[in-house]
Write a protein that binds this ligand. Sequence first.
Ligand SMILES: [Zn+2]
Length: 309
Amino acid sequence: MKINVKKDTHNGEQPIRVLKHNLTTRLVERNEEYIKSLQSDFKLNKNIKYHIANLPLTENQTPYIDENGTINIHETYLSYVWCVCYFFFVLHEEGVAIPETIKRNNPVHKLQNPELITEAKKLFDYAKSLIVSFDIWDKENLPNPEFYDEKSVEGWYILKTNDLYVEVLNFILYHESAHAEFEHIKKLKSEKIRVEERKLLEIEADTRAIELILSNGRNKIVSELGITIGLASILFFKNNFSGGSKHPDIDKRLENAIKIFNTNDDSPTWTILVLFIKVWDEQFTLGLINQAYYNTYKDLYYDLISQIK
Ligand SMILES: [Zn+2]
């Protein structure tokens, strides 16, 4: 039976409101000393500004930190990230992990259910629509964190997605706090900084955030997936890797993260990366070609990437 998990303390307009407190709790728990030292140095504001507005992402609804050290996040962005997490997690499990386990005659934790991918795809289409126009999240029919049946298979995916989503947002928030730590905003205001230098500040913030996430416990695979999803979710905004005048190209940010992960060749991080590129290829008909055989998802990923460049 579907149950509404919203409490009075969950303020906001979109179903993602029920996870609002999870974001900051894990952020502080992860490295209380770090967060507190930034706050006592007046580099980081104690409160995160949580914008409640039913607006599309292109109307300045993406996260940033201002010159007073206040991190700004927006409900539509949070909804977008959750939907992207849900879709790719379901796609990875139902489309790759479970069928491959069955093929190898190994035991599976659940039966394959392709219907779940169809539903997740609808949710992903909703997420992409949020980039340019706002619409209400259909809680009755689409997976969401507020109104669901915990005991259903979908409920299982929702709970797992919640955890992954918090990990993605921890990365995003640590990226912003790294800007505060290194006083990047002040630098941008006071000095004439060339485009290339500005992009390096972004890489510096990514690097710091990744180090903070990975060095503070939890499951390394989930953390890597969270960081990967955080970076790759930007892909669906346009048909190329370009980060514009403020951000490095997405493939460069991904490569920086992968280097720090120092991940195994058979890690699910590669599978998720391949899925992102393939779904992106489908969205913009980039015409990427798949060879008949690859040794690993890592090889496949780099082959696809080389075709885009
Ligand atoms: Zn940044």
